[in-house]
Design a protein around this ligand. Structure first.
Ligand SMILES: Nc1ncnc2c1ncn2[C@@H]1O[C@H](COP(=O)(O)OP(=O)(O)OP(=O)(O)O)[C@@H](O)[C@H]1O
Length: 218
């Protein structure tokens, strides 16, 4: 489903952030990406999200090499991805409904379909009834669940999460991980960058470990 083939990434005026990274994630697989600060975790996720381009190698999403697609196809390809961030990246002057609706509005869905899908997503993360609230009126755990609802509203094949539990206490972190496990159950592939070794070991999923840009365990 997701395949890295000998991928390297060098930023201008910086050393190599990733060196000759190869791995394969199957459909419905859930894996953690770990490594010290600066090991290249965010860079790897950015290559998949088409926010950065690799210097060498190929990144294949469902067999399609996303390092070689044209600029105009990128928004279309991104609809296959759900992105989740440590700091939630919500629009604080918009309601929960509007935040979750955003990817659908950008994709041009009609009003009724937007409303139906937003409610279904909010239901999946246990936030039905909070549509009219603003993010800052919610707890950190709830804000992250809004971020997750927004990530799944387009029914992505692949969810990428960058330190999604970095700002949450252990109970809320476990709750968020439980949600990811439910997405995996319905065939969504999930890749989570995390420092939280205790949580990672406890959950027992596959672990990809980066060390100074090299994949040392997968
Ligand atoms: N835009 C950029 N320009 C130049 N160098 C960068 C850029 N982004 C990242 N780097 C460098 O690439 C390397 C990998 O960074 P990256 O953010 O991918 O690591 P990380 O494992 O996600 O770290 P953290 O856990 O601290 O978020 C680091 O040496 C970093 O300084």
């Amino acid at each position: 489903m997701l395949r890295f083939e000998h991928v390297s990434k060098r930023y201008p005026d910086a050393g190599e952030a990733l060196t000759d990274v190869s791995f394969h994630l199957h459909r419905g697989e859930m894996a953690f990406l770990t490594g010290r600060s600066g090991a290249g975790k965010s860079t790897l996720l950015k290559l998949i999200a088409m926010m950065e381009q690799c210097t060498r190698g190929s990144v294949l999403l469902d067999g399609q090499d996303i390092t070689r697609i044209g600029e105009r196809k990128i928004p279309y390809m991104r609809r296959n991805l759900g992105l989740i961030f440590q700091d939630y990246k919500l629009l604080n002057d918009r309601t929960v409904f509007d935040n979750v609706a955003l990817p659908l509005v950008v994709s041009g869905y009609n009003h009724q379909e937007v409303a139906r899908r937003v409610r279904a997503s909010l239901d999946k993360v246990g936030l039905l009834g909070k549509e009219k609230k603003h993010p800052l009126a919610l707890s950190g755990g709830e804000q992250q669940r809004v971020g997750i609802a927004r990530a799944i509203v387009n029914k992505p094949k692949l969810i990428l999460a960058d330190e999604p539990t970095g700002n949450l206490d252990p109970d809320l972190s476990a709750e968020v991980m439980f949600m990811f496990e439910q997405f995996k159950q319905v065939g969504v592939t999930v890749l989570i960058a995390s420092h939280d070794i205790e949580l990672i070991n406890h959950l027992g999923h596959r672990v990809l470990t980066l060390d100074k840009g090299h994949l040392i365990a997968s």
